[in-house]
Design a protein around this ligand. Structure first.
Ligand code: SF4
Length: 167
């Protein structure tokens, strides 16, 4: 960890820095956009990971960030603290070929940083279990989605099972 200006350890410096736009483009283009993607199954909040990665590859980091935040309002924080080695990245099909998995967390950070850099709140609200149909709109506000502890979800996760038809 680099020392801070007063010579003490800077405990707030992030271990992995943000991706540059080019790094994000290259990494997102490695994704196979798997059908029935095991990374999504392994994610406690079931973010549509292939979709948000594809949006980054298509140079749409804002849309990508909104895809993430729509599924998980804490996606900006989760990109930094989730134990991805045993969740999404641990389930990536690249492991089957003894290759480095897609850096999902860093891509997620890239996308959600883009949303927060605008200074505006995400334009789409987080998904709830209530129907989005106007005709069935609830008479009172929908309850807030209960935060999910990724670490506890990982304990209950059995193992990687789905395969990637693209591979
Ligand atoms: S399992 Fe890996 S390659 Fe497949 S969609 Fe998820 S991140 Fe992409």
């Amino acid at each position: 960890m680099p020392p801070s200006k007063n010579g003490q350890k800077d405990v707030w410096t992030e271990v992995k820095g943000p991706m540059t736009r080019e790094e994000a483009r290259v990494e997102s283009s490695r994704c196979l956009y798997c059908y029935d993607a095991p990374c999504v199954t392994a994610c406690p909040t079931h973010i549509d990971i292939p979709r948000f990665i594809r949006q980054i590859a298509a140079q749409d980091p804002l849309g990508s960030g909104e895809t993430i935040l729509e599924a998980n309002a804490l996606g900006h924080s989760c990109a930094r603290v989730c134990p991805v080695e045993v969740l999404c990245e641990g389930a990536c099909v690249y492991h089957d070929w003894q290759e480095k998995p897609i850096q999902i967390a860093r891509l997620q950070r890239h996308a959600t940083d883009a949303v927060y850099a605008t200074g505006e709140p995400p334009s789409r609200p987080a998904r709830t279990t209530a129907s989005a149909s106007p005709s069935s709109a609830p008479a009172r506000p929908a309850p807030r989605a209960r935060p999910i502890c990724a670490a506890s979800a990982s304990r209950s996760r059995s193992s990687r099972s789905a395969s990637c038809p693209a591979g």
